[in-house]
Design a protein around this ligand. Structure first.
Ligand SMILES: [Zn+2]
Length: 354
């Protein structure tokens, strides 16, 4: 009897341990992001689609409200977790931007379920990058993957994936956030993330939406701005503005056949002007065997983040010039600031800023 009791207790113990492990595995990843004075509220993607709550797909939403009526700008990094210039540009907005008119909503990790996964898109690159900050211990940032960790999806990849609006993709693209827009409320985890983002854009009345990406340094897409047709005129202005600063960006119109991509579906399914930026990441370049994604001499991270932030600024200015509700902000480094200083002084350190 005593033995049977012990076995029963052990079984209950194992069960509880398993449940605890399960609950642990289902917690969204947290990141070292240190919100600055501009942040007035912090929410979750699950605020816009409650079934995401408690899943690895949930992600922080930072709201920076000036209190002055105007438009709403949405900036998303981390659609692809290996495209870290977008993650870092979004992080700097959260830590540094002070909105003066309208609101900025920032999601640094658009797909938070790809940050702990290593696929072929992260070969030769460690799972974290480290950046020195002033007067403090270095800060670490996740270097994730292009696709959702398959452990977080209930079903294995299909042979062919058809996106909600009929785009036909390779099966593993079912875990690529930028193939599954505008998402499905009852779809896969990745589709539900896309759905939550769509709901955010609609419920927050977003006027301008920017999805920050990177491509390999020899890719056609490196240093490109992609724009939905309603956003194309603003994109032309933005590219000219960037060119005048010495920053060359190719301009590419979103095409109808780009089903499932953010610039296509956000533009078609919400009122937002939809843009996608790409900088040149040595970590995504097949020819490099041991890429240095932070200190590459040609395309260092601070340079790429400077380009991303300059593109965000140029897009907002152009959209407002052409009639979008006003949004403005200060406190964010220019491209020249980042070339001069590197990233360190623009990331919040544990000690007070000088
Ligand atoms: Zn990308």
């Amino acid at each position: 009897m005593a033995n049977r009791m012990r076995i029963a207790m052990a079984a209950v113990g194992l069960l509880l341990f398993g449940l605890a492990l399960g609950a642990y595995a289902q917690t969204p990843a947290f990141h070292d992001i240190r919100p600055g004075y501009g942040v007035t509220a912090i929410g979750w993607l699950s605020d816009y689609h409650p079934p995401l709550r408690g899943t690895p797909g949930d992600s922080r939403v930072y709201i920076l409200d000036s209190g002055v009526p105007g438009g709403t700008l949405y900036v998303q990094g981390g659609t692809h977790g290996n495209e870290i210039a977008g993650v870092m540009a979004a992080t700097i907005l959260v830590e540094r931007a002070i909105p003066t008119v309208g609101r900025i909503i920032v999601v640094p990790h658009g797909n938070n379920a790809n940050v702990d996964y290593n696929d072929g898109y992260r070969s030769g690159v460690p799972s974290y990058v480290t950046i020195e900050v002033q007067g403090g211990v270095p800060r670490s940032f996740r270097y994730g993957s292009r696709r959702t960790n398959p452990a977080y999806e209930a079903e294995p990849d299909p042979d062919i994936y058809v996106s909600p609006d009929g785009g036909v993709h390779e099966g593993n693209e079912i875990r690529n956030l930028n193939r599954v827009h505008p998402g499905k409320p009852d779809g896969t985890l990745t589709e539900q993330i896309a759905y939550a983002i769509r709901q955010l854009l609609i419920e927050e009345n977003v006027d301008v939406a920017i999805d920050l990406h990177e491509a390999g340094v020899n890719s056609r897409l490196a240093n490109t701005l992609v724009a939905h047709e309603r956003a194309l005129e603003a994109a032309v202005y933005a590219v000219l503005d960037l060119s005048a600063q010495g920053l060359h960006f190719n301009l590419e119109p979103s095409r109808q056949e780009y089903r499932g991509l953010s610039h296509r579906e956000w533009g078609d399914h919400t009122k937002a002007l939809a843009f996608l930026t790409e900088t040149a990441n040595p970590g995504q370049t097949d020819e490099y065997t041991a890429p240095d994604v932070v200190n590459d001499p040609k395309n260092p991270l601070h340079d790429r983040v400077g380009r991303q932030l300059a593109a965000v600024r140029a897009i907002v200015d152009a959209a407002v010039l052409l009639g979008a509700p006003p949004v403005s902000y200060e406190g964010v480094p220019t491209y020249a600031d980042l070339v001069r200083d590197g990233l360190g002084p623009w990331l919040n350190a544990p000690t007070a800023q000088p």
